[in-house]
Design a protein around this ligand. Sequence first.
Ligand code: NAD
Length: 279
Amino acid sequence: MRVGVVGAGTMGAGIAQTFATAGHDVTMVDVADAQLARGMKAIAASLAKLEEKGALPAAASDIAARVRATTDIAALAGAELVVEAAFEDPAIKQELFATLDRVTKSDAILASNTSSISIDGLAARTARPARVVGMHFMNPVPLMRLVEVVRGERTSDETLAAIVDLAKRLGKTPVVSADRPGFIANRVLMPMINEAFLVLGEKVGTAEDIDTVMTLGMNHPIGPLRLADLIGLDVCLAIMDVLARDLGSAKYAPAPDLRRLVGEGRLGRKTGRGVYEYR
Ligand code: NAD
């Protein structure tokens, strides 16, 4: 299958790698050349690690060669499926869906990896709402088994079935969610992460204390603050903003410390510094 991926960041690169590993031809598009270079480097590094573990179905170099990088979105003209993984910003995604609707074949499926933004709102920017769906991968994409498949109001049964089937063929377990803010994953996860920032801000405990309570006390594999650094604090903040606005409850207001760290450019692992330091 010819697959387009829009965005070469943390998720876009992982999604491109996952499709290429399953034998698909991938075109990865980004507005920034530097991000494309960074994405291709991340794919090569991840494939090298997986190859060492004997976890790849083909040579890492052959898989990497299935991914093409470009800043020209018109290169997606021949794609049968596009997975959008640009910034978690409703205006950017809506604009992108209008563009993708113009540049791709009319029967291509347009999927978004959005963590929280309405699929119906994206579908409304296209002339093919039945072929618009959420395909929400988890980070790191090559390793995490869940894919949340988000069914918009107008997503057809055929589109939903095709994406559920495709997720299985990628070796993932699909779970279908209704198109409600944050879907299932982030409606449950993000308020917990946000609460951890409130607890940190109130000095109830240190970051290490909070993460240790949740790992050792609750058997979570990773604490909420380390997980926030892995996800990206800007992504966490954007999701809380969507939950607060679209669910209309003050209980989803982003924690001041989360907003402050993002304002300081401390976005987590990807910038070397978030709650914790990574250099
Ligand atoms: P990121 O900031 O690492 O990457 C986003 C990329 O999109 C950047 O390379 C940027 O240059 C590019 N971009 C922005 N506007 C664009 C446009 N108009 N056209 C093409 N490229 C554009 O972000 P990320 O963490 O990879 O998140 C991407 C999406 O995946 C978001 O919707 C996010 O909510 C979702 N998501 C993130 C995670 C996570 O753990 N980080 C998990 C699941 C879903």
